[in-house]
Structure formats: structure tokens, C-alpha cells
Design a protein around this ligand. Structure first.
Ligand code: MTE
Length: 328
């Protein structure tokens, strides 16, 4: 494991808190320094900031990064499932759409929406295979025609201690499971994102690309687990992971893999992007838990993007009634 010098008091204010990208930069910097024979230097002082100001007018002037097809017009806005309610105001769309983690395109958050222009989420095929009775390769449009699309308002909690609350549109992962009929030997599901370094500059750099994530079968089949195709009553914009992303609201946001092209049912726990890159910081399970601090972010409270309101972090992000029994 790489040698890292942390400031003596690691309970640093959030303005000094760094995103996952710090690791990429620090890993490559450390490698470089090692090669230069300079050893390890204190890292304080060159840490990147988290995000720039959010500009509603600039956002409104730019393309929204989603397009309506005739099929979309028959689907969105989808009927809202009243089971899932929020305990806080919804995050405004222009705030959520300009504060994204999508490392394929940027290591900052505030410019992802500007960097996704060349990315084409249609046409798009998703391969569903592995330990299943009915393997399929399906286009996103056929998936939209086949699956029951509904709207759900969920909280999303990033491991970096920021949070938002948004209305996703999508279908339960369980519906996909029923469609492909996994074998009894399937214990995990592995999801893989697209790989196209010609449009995704980040994929030209360090990392075990493509981005991958995984769930246990019980997690995938849980009522909460959603495959999102839309947000705010319209198709998913590119920066949110068009055309298909995972949403597991009781887990830290890094589990919510964007722009999925491959879903495989497997026997062994799959390797995942962040757990492979920085295993001492990002575990496979990634459940939201205020009692377990991350090495760089206290998890007792969270900051709502947009308002900067501080709220206490809820165990399993408040979704214990749905998923608590999975972890007893
Ligand atoms: N999926 C891919 N393919 N690449 C990524 O970099 N970042 C993850 C997750 N899914 C990421 C990804 C992280 S760290 C978070 S917090 C959420 O996406 C952010 O989702 P949002 O930008 O829609 O809020």
C-alpha cells in the first residue's frame, strides 16, 4: 500500500476535503516522485477543490444532454410510486445536473455536464448473461418497452459526505432478474459501464477501466434497487449516466454505476472499480453508516448540495425498513 502523509488532525473542514480524484493524482504523483528519487513529500497545499459555483443561467443556455424520442414521450413522466417519500426538499434539477461524479469524463464535479457532449447514449445495447436461463442482448429502447417504468423519489448519499434528493425514473432490478431467470448458482451480479476512450478522456488515464460494480443477489432483488432510465420526469441526461444506471439508495453513491452495458450473474464476488483502485477506502458493501468514518470523510453528518444544509447521516441512508434484515 502506498505511503501517505496526512495532516495531524484529519478532521479537516469540508472545503479542504478532496474527491476520489485526489487518489489518482496522488498515486501518479507518488509514483513520479519515487521515480525521481525524491521520496514522499507532504501533500498539503496541492489538493484540488471540490467544485465551482453553480450557475443556473449558464446551465439553461446550454444543451440539456438528453433528447426525447417518440418512445420517451410515451414513458416520461412515469407514474410516481407513492411508497417512497422524502424527508427533505427535492434537490433542484440544475444543481444535481451540474454536480456529478463521472470519472470517465472528468475528475472535477462541476464540469462533467460540459464534457459529455460527444458521448452518444443511443443506440445502446445491454448484454445480460452469465448464470441465467435466458441470456439476452437488448437495446435500451426494447428494455424501455419491456420493463415497468415508474418514478421514485430517493435520497442519494455520496461517500464524500454530500447528499441530494432526486426523482428517478426506472424499473426494479427484480423485474430484470425475473426476465432472465438466474440459475440457483448465481450469488452476485456484476455491472460494467461503457468503454470508449475516444469520447471519455478519463479512460485514457489511470484506472481499471471500464468502471464496474457489483451486488449480492439479495441486494439486487431488493425492492429498493432500481435501474434508472430517467430523472426529473425526462430521459436520463448523459452526466447522470444515460441511458441506464444503477440506483441503490442505501449505499454510497459509488455503487450507482452509470452508463451500464453489461450485466452478468456470477458465482464469485466480482472485482469493482473503486475497491480495486483504493481497497483501503472503498469496500464492496458500501452501506451508508454514520458510525463508520471513512479515512478522509467523517460520516456522522452530510451536506445537501445546493443549500449546504447539514443533516445527520441516517443508518442505511434511512432505508433500514427495506434492507436492514440483509445485514443482521
Ligand atoms: N459510474 C461511472 N460509470 N463512473 C463514475 O465515475 N461515479 C459514482 C456513481 N457512478 C461514477 C459512476 C459516484 S462516486 C457517485 S457519487 C455517483 O455516480 C454520482 O451520481 P450523479 O452524478 O448522478 O449524482
Amino acid at each position: 500500500m502506498a505511503h501517505i502523509i496526512l495532516p495531524p488532525d484529519w478532521r479537516i473542514p469540508e472545503r479542504h476535503i478532496t474527491p476520489e480524484s485526489w487518489y489518482w493524482q496522488s498515486v501518479s504523483r507518488r509514483t513520479c516522485l519515487k521515480l525521481m528519487g525524491l521520496g514522499t513529500l507532504a501533500l498539503t497545499g496541492w489538493l484540488p477543490g471540490c467544485s465551482g459555483p453553480v450557475n443556473e443561467q449558464e446551465f439553461a443556455r446550454n444543451p440539456q444532454h438528453y433528447e426525447w424520442t417518440d418512445l420517451d414521450r410515451t414513458i416520461y413522466p412515469a407514474p410516481r410510486n407513492p411508497t417512497f417519500t422524502l424527508d427533505r426538499p427535492m434537490t433542484p434539477e440544475h444543481i444535481a445536473a451540474q454536480y456529478n461524479n463521472f470519472y470517465e469524463f472528468s475528475q472535477a464535479k462541476d464540469d462533467v455536464w460540459k464534457r459529455v457532449t460527444a458521448f452518444e447514449p443511443r443506440p445502446w445495447d445491454i448484454r445480460i448473461h452469465g448464470l441465467v436461463h435466458k441470456p439476452r442482448t437488448v437495446s435500451i429502447d426494447d428494455l424501455l418497452r419491456t420493463m415497468p417504468i415508474e418514478e421514485r423519489t430517493y435520497r442519494l448519499r455520496c461517500v464524500e459526505a454530500w447528499a441530494m434528493a432526486v426523482p428517478w425514473s426506472g424499473f426494479p432490478f427484480k423485474a430484470l432478474i425475473d426476465w432472465v431467470q438466474p440459475l440457483s448458482t448465481a450469488r452476485f451480479v456484476r455491472l460494467t459501464a461503457f468503454y470508449n476512450p475516444s469520447v471519455a478522456m478519463g479512460q485514457r488515464g489511470y484506472g481499471p477501466w471500464p468502471y464496474t460494480e457489483g451486488l449480492t443477489m439479495a441486494e439486487a432483488a431488493n425492492e429498493l434497487t432500481l435501474l434508472a432510465t430517467g430523472i426529473y420526469g425526462h430521459p436520463l441526461p448523459k452526466q447522470h449516466g444515460a441511458p441506464l444506471r444503477l440506483v441503490t439508495p442505501w449505499k454510497y453513491g459509488y455503487k450507482s454505476i452509470k452508463s451500464v452495458v453489461d450485466i452478468e450473474f456470477v458465482r464469485e464476488q466480482p472485482a469493482t472499480f473503486w475497491n480495486t483502485l483504493v481497497p483501503w477506502e472503498y469496500d464492496f458493501q458500501a452501506n451508508v453508516n454514520p458510525a463508520v468514518p471513512h479515512p478522509r470523510w467523517l460520516q456522522e453528518t452530510e451536506r445537501m448540495i445546493g443549500t449546504n444544509e447539514r443533516r445527520p447521516t441516517l443508518y442505511l441512508n434511512g432505508y433500514e425498513p427495506w434492507v436492514g434484515t440483509l445485514y443482521t
